[in-house]
Design a protein around this ligand. Structure first.
Ligand code: HEC
Ligand code: HEC
Length: 193
């Protein structure tokens, strides 16, 4: 009887210990993303976006959109499915606290100058402060240019949905300036130091 009791206590302890182990800290969860998004979200590879400093609500919305397949992705659809809503929220809060550091990258100064004007005209209304505010969208200023190019391609080809208001501005931009307009904007965001 005594043995049985202590065995129960031991088993109880194991279950308890197991539950504690099964719930990793947000930093541990975020570590699984470091291979592509870098330490604390500061991606060093140009096709994986920097995700540090991203507003938690946008992060949660992005992961949900990947999970449901609403946003096109090469890899994130599969990755997002591996996390619960609680874990995603915890990671979102974690990355939001990490500082966004702009990527050091080459850009075309003339295109960036044109891009600055186009940004003012078509995009600043929502992507404030030259695209450096990341309230309800990712930070554009200092984001990796190849990632921005892919994102714009997904939008203009209709693969990634946009809000009606953004669609109106992007359609207008492409109608007025063709692909060169998109290229200029990407160079402008890439030129942020
Ligand atoms: C194998 C590389 C890889 C890994 C690992 C990875 N990502 Fe990504 N992530 C990408 C790529 C590439 C994109 C662009 C979308 C795509 O093609 O899947 C992206 C996009 C994102 C975005 C959208 C950013 C934006 O600006 O809209 C978020 C948020 C994100 N990843 C979060 C995570 C989290 C959280 C993890 C870890 C749990 C993670 N990623 C692991 C490669 C990766
Ligand atoms: C009416 C508001 C609005 C306007 C105008 C707007 N956007 Fe956006 N943009 C958003 C929102 C909201 C998102 C969040 C993600 C989504 O809905 O896909 C976003 C997302 C993005 C993203 C993806 C960021 C990421 O991390 O994946 C890029 C790139 C972008 N916008 C570029 C532009 C450009 C370039 C212009 C101007 C031609 C523009 N946007 C105009 C609201 C706007």
């Amino acid at each position: 009887m005594k043995i049985k009791m202590s065995l129960m206590a031991l088993l109880g302890g194991m279950v308890f210990g197991g539950a504690a182990l099964a719930e990793p800290t947000p930093a541990m969860l975020a570590n699984a993303c470091a291979g592509c998004h870098g330490t604390n979200g500061l991606s060093v590879g140009p096709t994986s976006p920097i995700i540090s400093g991203m507003a938690s609500e946008y992060f949660v919305a992005a992961m949900a959109a990947y999970k449901k397949g609403e946003w096109p992705s090469t890899i994130m659809g599969r990755i997002a499915k591996g996390y619960s809503d609680e874990q995603i929220k915890a990671m979102g809060d974690f990355f939001a606290k990490q500082p966004f550091v702009r990527a050091a990258q080459k850009n075309d100064a003339a295109k960036a100058k044109t891009g600055a004007k186009l940004h003012e005209e078509y995009c600043e209304k929502c992507h404030e402060k030259g695209g450096s505010a990341g309230e309800d969208a990712g930070v554009l200023a200092g984001q990796w240019m190849p990632y921005l190019e892919h994102a714009m391609e997904d939008y203009t080809s209709g693969k990634r949905p946009m809000t009606k208001k953004m669609q109106k501005q992007v359609d207008q931009l492409v109608q007025d300036h063709k692909h060169a307009g998109v290229e200029a904007l990407v160079n402008f965001y890439g030129s942020a130091k």
